[in-house]
Design a protein around this ligand. Structure first.
Ligand code: DGL
Length: 265
């Protein structure tokens, strides 16, 4: 496995929440991050388009000789993970299964809420993954499309964030869930407000759960890296915007960044 990099891709800046957790628990790993910023958001697109885009991202990262691929985007993980796994020979880890497993372990009243993009909720990928672990758990899905622009605008606390979160999550409170999966890359940045609004509910952060799975997979394959890993960023649109918003997501500097054009098939 050696010091070949881990590849991570997302529709844009959001997957940096996953990168942050992966580099926190695996600081020696070299990582290549690809954000398809020219075509974000994926969450409003058809499954065919999401799958096509995700193949193009995967092919780019495979050309960088990655040893493991993380699909950080919930929308892509929900729609295209299996097809990506079929195409490649390295391990491919998505964010749905780890989040679903953590939710099942957390719930006491067996009522779980899922929030995500429209495409993620429509796919029913989280309910399917949860019911595969325990078919008697009740799962309630809710798209929260305004959360993504809210986070990118840096309105993650204050009155506007609070009102938007309250408005969306009212139904979820009425359903009496005791566990809520943050099923979108951006939602961990709203954790504070969401927790205030749903104060007795356990929030599951798919980014953290996914990083743990990556650690376990690499441990079993003896990754063998040491020292401080390097992180290289690629984006498909302006690097400036990505750096501005991304440093907030990552809570550290983004230095080694390059704009690329994906090969469109
Ligand atoms: N990264 C996407 C997700 O986690 C959110 C942004 C988008 O719609 O592309 O579903």
């Amino acid at each position: 496995m050696s010091d070949r990099p881990i590849g991570i891709f997302d529709s844009g800046v959001g997957g940096l929440t996953v990168l942050k957790e992966v580099s926190r628990i695996l600081p020696s790993e070299n990582i290549i991050y690809l954000g398809d910023t020219a075509r974000v958001p994926y969450g409003i697109r058809s499954p065919e388009t999401v799958t096509r885009y995700s193949f193009e991202c995967t092919e780019f990262l495979l050309r960088q000789d990655i040893k493991l691929l993380i699909v950080a985007c919930n929308t892509v993980s929900a729609i295209s993970l299996k097809e990506i796994q079929k195409k490649v020979s390295i391990p491919v880890i998505g964010v749905i299964e780890p989040g679903a497993r953590a939710a099942v372990n957390s719930t006491k009243n067996r009522r779980i809420g899922i929030i995500g993009t429209e495409a993620t909720i429509k796919s029913s990928a989280y309910p399917k993954a949860i019911k595969a672990l325990d078919k008697d758990i009740e799962v309630f899905g809710l798209p929260c499309p305004l959360f993504v622009p809210l986070v990118e605008e840096d309105w993650t606390d204050g009155i506007i964030a609070r009102l938007v979160v309250e408005k969306y999550l009212k139904d979820m409170i009425d359903k009496g869930v005791d566990t809520l999966v943050l099923g979108c890359t951006h939602y961990p940045l709203l954790k504070g407000v969401i927790q205030d609004v749903m104060n007795n509910v356990c929030l599951v952060d798919s980014a953290i759960e996914t990083a743990k799975v990556v650690r376990d997979v690499l441990k079993s394959r003896e990754s063998g890296v040491s020292g401080q890993g390097r992180i290289k960023f690629y984006v498909t649109d302006s690097t400036e915007k990505f750096v501005n918003v991304g440093e907030r997501f990552l809570q550290s500097r983004i230095e080694d960044i390059e704009k690329i054009t994906l090969e469109v098939r």
